[in-house]
Design a protein around this ligand. Structure first.
Ligand code: GAR
Length: 232
């Protein structure tokens, strides 16, 4: 453990491809942090095997073992606290978190959601965008508040919806963008430039627009992340 690198704890429920994007960004030197641990709420989450194969600390806090949401959230918060995180990253974490969990980590808790928030909080986001006749879909990284998928947006990636698109084809086009914007948003936070101030995102002295910043920040994403790190 190094004394001065920010510590990230990732929470997952399944495949963990966004978690892998964090591992890649840390290894590539574009995310100036160390991964303190990966925690899953499901014993069968595939991403836990991947994390362990990368030599990362892993924990399971199985929500089925707790009588109610607050009991699970209390145990989860304690498990996360043990890892002394500077930033907690929900990476495909498919449990609604109560204030018992959210409040202790307010301002250092991020989520990625597969829609252009504030559109389509909740599930089946891509299908809902198609069914509504939207011309664009995407993903948003945001600070987590006690409102479901409602916290202020940091970064958003957009793709056009084209004729013949299905929820699956949209997900396939959007997921690689999720893997870019999520570590980039984390780097903005870790650099100290980005903060949650009075319920709004502030980048330096500027308040971000409602949808957050639009991706790409730069045509070369790894370079953009290095630039952000070096200018911090
Ligand atoms: C991602 O598409 C993420 O945006 C979404 O789940 C997927 C997880 O994939 N998250 C949500 O829907 C949260 N409400 P991953 O496990 O491969 O990172």
């Amino acid at each position: 453990m190094s004394a001065n690198r920010s510590r990230i704890v990732l929470l997952i429920s399944g495949r963990g491809s966004n978690m892998e994007a964090f591992i890649h960004a840390v290894n590539a030197g574009s995310l100036d942090a160390e991964i303190a641990g990966v925690i899953a709420n499901r014993p069968d989450a595939l991403g836990i095997e991947t994390a362990a194969a990368h030599g990362l600390h892993t924990d399971i806090v199985d929500h089925k073992q707790y009588p109610h949401r607050e009991a699970f959230d209390t145990e989860l918060a304690m498990t996360v606290q043990t890892l002394e995180p500077d930033l907690v990253v929900l990476a495909g974490f498919m449990r609604i978190l109560s204030p018992v969990f959210v409040e202790p980590f307010a301002g250092r808790l991020l989520n990625i959601h597969p829609s252009l928030l504030p559109k389509y909080p909740g599930l089946n986001t891509h299908q809902r965008a198609i069914d509504n006749g939207d011309t664009e879909a995407g993903a948003t990284v945001h600070y987590v508040t006690t409102e479901l998928d409602g916290g202020p947006a940091i970064l958003q990636a957009r793709v056009p919806i084209v004729a013949g698109d299905s929820a699956e084809s949209l997900a396939q086009r959007i997921l690689p963008l999720e893997h870019q914007i999520y570590p980039a948003a984390a780097q903005l936070h870790i650099s100290g430039k980005l903060r949650l101030v009075d319920g709004r995102c502030a980048l330096g002295h500027e308040l971000l627009p409602d949808g957050g910043l639009l991706w790409p920040l730069n045509t070369d994403n790894d370079q953009a992340l290095r630039d952000l790190r070096e200018s911090s």
